[in-house]
Design a binder for this molecule. Sequence first.
Ligand code: ME8
Length: 664
Amino acid sequence: MRWQSAVQPLADGKGRMKSKPYYITTPIYYVNDRPHIGHAYTTVLADVLARYQRLFGRDTWFLTGTDEHGQKVQEAATKLGIEPQAHVDNTVVRFQEAWKRLQISNDDFIRTTEPRHKIIVQEILQDLFDRGEIYRDEYDGWYCVGCERFFAEKDLADGQCPECHRAVQRVREANYFFKMSKYQDWLVEYIQAHPEFIQPDFRRNETLGFLRKPLQDLCISRPKSRLAWGIELPFDKDYVTYVWFDALVNYISAVGYRRDDKRFSHWWPAIHLIGKDILTTHTVYWPCMLKAMDVPMPKTIFAHGWWLMGSAKMSKSLGNVVNPMDMMDRYGVDSFRYFLMAEMTLGQDASFTEEAFIRRYNADLANDLGNLLNRVISMIGKYCEGRLPTPPPGIFEKEGPAAELFEQLKAVATGLQADLEHFTLSQGITRVIEAVRATNRFLETQQPWAQARATDRGPLHATLYAASEALRICAGLLYPLMPTKMTELRAALGMENPMTVNPEELTQPEGLEPGRPVAAPGALFPRIEAPLPEAPPAAAPRPAKSAPVPGTIGHPEGIITYDDFSKVQLRTAKIMSAEPIEGAVKLLKLNILMGDERRQIVAGIALYYKPDDLIGKTVVVVANLAPIKLRGVESQGMLLAASKGERLRLVTVDGDLSSGAVVK
Ligand code: ME8
């Protein structure tokens, strides 16, 4: 069977089938920010979709980048006392490094401060100005610095920004305007006639709802007297370009617009992945801009949902922004990528909790996939001397359990491809995991351990070879999500080129070479036994910054087992006295009573507690920590404390409990 629906095969004129190129973009992120789980999500999603298309043999281009102009950048640079360019050069690295760590396979990274982008923005502006699409007028209205957008009085929400609900500023000044209003009727018709243009459906309806009100012309300039950090208007050097008019152009400036027509028409139109926060700019401003430039519309603008922290919005002010680096450090890159893709139904919001992560990891990766690999490899080790058995001829063609299993796998591969076209990625992932479960069931019904007792080795070899084949195909299908782990899995099955997955091998049997040695059993996805508590901030400073906990053998980096955790003895203790330490502003010397044992502890809490306020408190102490000297004073243990931002609070017990109690 060949791939059908998704690749949209086209004849190339010589009778061969050729797929249409695939160009996918992420929003370009504000360079000022630190990459968080939201940015990581869109970028991993684009990466996974791009990797799937490449895997299926489609010519693919994947663009991401950073949005580097605007008021917020200028303000941040002024605060730091450096030039805005120096500031963005410093901060862009955070994104570039995060994407490298996350194994993002972007083909290009565009920065809006690059000359290749700025010149195109200026040429577009000049052209639109010359053709009367841009005019000068007096502006009087409200401006949100956070969103970098103007709002009419009627659009404000209780006097605040309707998008982010922050305070807005009154602005009155001469500016340049793009005649966006004239495209309103055309845009409504276009959206209605092209159901694939804005997805999911409910976002299309949201845009159509927005377009029921009269569309205003778009203010596309900022006077330099107020904001100098931007692309200068080519027809008025006292102004810079409005940051959104500049940023959206990245999608075409990066692929040769106005410079290389062949290249541009090869890739354009794009699929834009965005979060639901930037729907209006992408589904209203951008299409009108393109229409005025006479450029074809993007193929699809897909707005995904929001990652919530539990049930709350993620925000800096709530202090609940998840740093993707922390998650990768704890659980490994591949499982983090897998979780992001499998847990969010594309388009809907999803809740991010560590418990949800552990639940999904254990269910899909440890119990189903990891366990299947381990079973198969162990049995090949036990019954076939560690080498892939040669199956009896024709087991995948003749009716029988192996052929049946293989039919299911083929259906999964085809279904997954359709899911990619329809943006139902999590459904596609579920199909693969279902196939893994079906293979586990296949082993249960075939009972290779019983087959191994028969003199005829045929049925045993058929079972183990078919299960290995199922693993090969499932690992190939999951490769775009977990490139490293799936390479390891395929290598464990003795594949010579485990990193090269080609589309044919995913629908054809006998991709594994009998006789090749398989790896020794080991845990690819070791079970995570218990949710990890948030890493507690040490109240007593450590002698030096501790090195990251090395991964336990067989566990993702940073994961510890119950046994590891049970080595730590936590006990309650009562603080009997507390006093400052000369020359150490942050430290206090405490005398504690733990049961009937007295100890001295040095704790880094002087900035948060006065000595007198501590006396009599029951605290939690790490009791079996080797003593160390801090500023020459011996510390025999460590207090637990919780800290967030500027605040630090000691961990205490809820209610009366005598000192020396074991904390577990
Ligand atoms: O808006 N859940 O940049 P930005 C899921 N520079 N995705 C989230 C998220 C969350 N909680 N928070 C953010 C800008 N995102 C402009 C874009 S494009 C021409 C200019 C993701 O740094 C999501 O993709 O604020 C969202 O659209 C994007 O980050 C916004 O990134």
